[in-house]
Design a protein around this ligand. Structure first.
Ligand SMILES: Nc1ncnc2c1ncn2[C@@H]1O[C@H](COP(=O)(O)OP(=O)(O)OP(=O)(O)O)[C@@H](O)[C@H]1O
Length: 284
């Protein structure tokens, strides 16, 4: 069982190196998630959300930058400690329930199996029945997985992720491809894990209704933090090196290369694009 952990990333960069070309998936992410917070990660397809989640889970190392989870710094953590981190501290729920479940085991057996590494490391883990009850999966925990609905499988995938009572839950699209009722059950179970155990939660979602239920959302755009939502209000976020990503609709109006003046205003700042008139140099 692990206490809730704060997460901080500094200048996080990830480049996938493949034959012929490299892909920069993350290009400088500065993220702060206090211990016990629930945060939604939003953003267009290919913007880098899954890559960020995988790096936070310690699946691979970043190309540059730092990832702090509690006292640990993941980019330089020895392999043995990274293994213990994955077993005891951070649980990753991959997109697609079945990718988190061993198909020939029941839900109950899957949860027990998911606790083995933590047990072997001497970490106390909750009773299997307790984990299943916490997500509302007791009624179908002994059925063959092949007989279960998509929503039931997703609840079991969540139970597997919560099996070692992690301090951090990282969930990639946990409500995609679910009907309304199942989506509510999965979301409620995630929020309950946060409320009862204080688990820090980072959840990737494309679903605006799910995003609206989260207290804070972060939008990733082109491998950077492009904006934050707080209680339905959207904000742009200034990066550590002083850059200000423009919201999408303003980006369309101000193409790359546009010159703007930043003017002090009462209570704020005004961005004034250069016009043909304002660009005219004064007569000598
Ligand atoms: N294993 C890989 N090898 C090469 N490029 C990759 C790999 N995984 C992801 N990418 C590329 O990295 C970029 C970010 O991908 P990522 O999957 O992190 O985005 P995403 O926001 O999670 O997308 P989606 O919402 O579609 O899941 C994309 O351009 C993607 O094509």
């Amino acid at each position: 069982m692990s206490a809730a952990q704060p997460i901080t990333t500094a200048g996080l960069v990830h480049i996938y190196r493949s034959e012929g070309h490299d892909v920069a998936a993350l290009s400088g992410v500065d993220l702060v998630v206090p211990a016990g917070e629930v945060v939604g990660l939003l953003g267009p397809s290919g913007s880098g959300k899954s890559t960020l989640l995988a790096l936070l889970a310690g699946l691979f190392r970043p190309s540059a930058g730092k990832i702090y989870v509690g006292e640990r710094e993941l980019s330089t953590l020895p392999a043995k400690d990274l293994d213990a981190y994955q077993a005891q501290v951070a649980s990753l729920m991959l997109q697609g329930a079945r990718r988190n479940l061993i198909p020939y085991l029941t839900g109950r057996q899957n949860v027990a199996f998911a606790q083995e590494r933590a047990r072997a490391l001497g970490t106390p883990v909750p009773e299997v029945g307790e984990v299943l009850a916490s997500v509302g999966a007791v009624g179908f925990a002994d059925d063959p997985l092949a007989r279960l609905s998509q929503g039931q499988l997703q609840l079991l995938a969540l139970a597997v992720a919560l099996a070692p009572a992690p301090g951090v839950l990282l969930a990639d699209e946990p409500t995609s491809a679910l009907d309304h009722v199942a989506r509510e059950q999965v979301l409620a179970a995630i929020l309950a894990a946060n409320a009862t155990a204080g688990t820090t939660v980072v959840v990737v979602t494309h679903d605006p209704e799910v995003a609206a239920r989260l207290p804070r959302t972060i939008t990733i755009r082109d491998g950077r933090i492009g904006g934050e939502g707080r209680s339905g209000e959207e904000y742009a976020v200034i990066t550590a090196d002083g850059f200000l990503p423009l919201p999408g609709h303003i980006r369309n109006a101000l193409p790359p290369g546009t010159l703007v003046r930043i003017e002090d205003q009462e209570g704020g700042y005004l961005i004034v694009p250069q016009t043909a008139h304002s660009a005219k140099l004064p007569d000598p």
